[in-house]
Write a protein that binds this ligand. Structure first.
Ligand code: C6P
Length: 417
């Protein structure tokens, strides 16, 4: 993935057959067939290392964090704050004060929209997004526009699903206060040139939020090398548990932002007259956090780094190239999203077959793909289609999975004549 900063790492090929043994769920049969899981972009499966880390924490170390002098509370606090440090290292943030635990990408974007944008924006200001965003990176900005009078601008894409960068530049101006872009499109797989976007936005004085939900499992993300102001992602797409994610924000921006939600843990002192807020990062973490989720996410990051981020990316690129070539040979298949730089996502339609029917037939063969608008309705509108079927790849997928998908699609073709 060209646009993504890469950490130097010796390239060792990923042995997907060995990796599969780490994922017990892959031994399941579905409808009497071995499971072929091609829906990691929606949610990836968790390896034993993650399941065991969560079980170990819950079995031996659980208590509430930051609250008790007793041994278990201290153990839980250490595990939770240790996870934060793990995340900091994974994305190369300067300080763990810049790592806010949230429920996921959606909450990360809403936090920035409500706590950074809403207090600052006014009529005449602009927020610039792209035409390939997930709803999570559209709706929070529409809400801020309604609240502040600011205007939402949308940079167009072309028929390959690539951002029209020159059009993006034309829309960028001193009125642009926030640029919010996906690092990788979930519906098309396009990898966006985020470094160039960030540099251009900064030159106009805008701050940049990167939605990294689909980039973090496939690439080495270095927030300092990128120079982004905010970067957010979900744990459940990088082999970690659901219900937890990360918002990275540059410390000086986070420090100047008001809290997002009020409650326990985000305060220093409370009286009925006045409340003073906690320091970063806890100022943004009201209430008891998802402690075991953070532990699981940290274990997932250990797991991914153990396999090697570059090796993962190379493996998935091989599968993507193979699957793209194979699907192109099947009559009536049209691939939606043909940008030269793509991550492990393959969206397609089959002439005369609704994607939901296609997905249902594949399911009878034990093959899990996602069908629908993928929470990116404007992308579907742009391509003039209601939905696509989407196969997405992870560390555990193999050439055999691609062959199963091809065989399944041939069966769909036969059923529909
Ligand atoms: N995309 C998919 O099947 P949450 O739900 O908060 O973990 O992530 C939201 C989100 C934001 N941005 C992008 C680019 C995403 O892909 C997603 C989640 C899933 O494509 C579920 S809709």
């Amino acid at each position: 993935m060209a646009a993504i900063a890469s950490k130097a790492r010796p390239e060792t090929a990923l042995d997907a057959d060995r990796v599969r043994k780490d994922f017990p769920i892959l031994e399941r049969t579905i409808n009497g067939r071995p499971l072929v899981y091609l829906d990691s972009a929606a949610s990836s499966q968790r390896p034993l290392a993650v399941l065991r880390a969560i079980e170990d924490y819950e079995t031996h170390s659980h208590a509430n964090v930051h609250r008790g002098v007793h041994a278990l509370s201290q153990a839980a606090t250490e595990a939770f704050e240790g996870a934060r440090e793990r995340v900091r290292r994974f994305i190369n943030a300067r300080s763990s004060r810049e790592i806010i635990f949230v429920r996921g990408t959606t909450e990360g974007i809403n936090l920035v929209a409500q706590s950074y944008a809403r207090p600052r924006l006014k009529a005449g200001d602009e927020i610039l997004i792209t035409a390939l965003e997930h709803h999570a990176n559209i709706v929070p900005w529409q809400m801020v526009c309604e609240q502040t009078g600011a205007t939402l601008k949308v940079a167009p894409i072309d028929r390959r699903g690539e951002l029209l960068y020159d059009e993006f530049l034309k829309l960028l101006s001193p009125r642009t206060r926030i640029v919010a872009v996906a690092h990788v499109s979930n519906a098309l797989g396009t990898v966006l040139p985020v470094k160039r976007i960030i540099d251009a936005a900064h030159a106009q004085g805008a701050v940049v939020l990167v939605d990294g939900a689909q980039a973090i499992p496939h690439s080495s993300v270095d927030v300092r090398a990128l120079g982004c102001d905010f970067y957010t992602f979900s744990s459940h797409k990088i082999y970690g548990p659901t219900g937890i994610g990360v918002l990275y924000g540059r410390e000086e921006l986070l420090a100047a932002m008001p809290p997002w939600q009020g409650g326990g843990d985000m305060i220093l002192t409370v009286s009925f007259e006045k409340t003073t807020y906690n320091e970063l990062p806890w100022k943004f973490e009201a209430g008891t956090p998802n402690i075991s989720g953070a532990v699981g996410l940290a274990a997932a990051m250990d797991y991914v780094e153990g396999l090697g981020v570059e090796a993962i990316a190379a493996h998935e690129q091989r599968l993507l190239t193979l699957a793209t070539a194979e699907l192109q040979r099947i009559p009536g298949i049209q691939i939606i999203g043909t940008a030269p730089h793509k991550a492990a996502v393959l969206s397609f339609t089959m002439e005369g077959v609704h994607p939901h029917d296609l997905g249902t037939i594949l399911d009878t063969e034990g093959i899990a793909v996602r069908t629908g608008h993928h929470c990116a309705m404007p992308v579907m509108t742009f391509f003039g289609i209601p939905a696509t079927a989407r196969a997405s790849f992870g560390v555990y997928n193999t050439e055999r999975d691609v062959a199963s998908l091809v065989a399944g699609l041939q069966k769909v073709r036969e059923v529909f004549g």
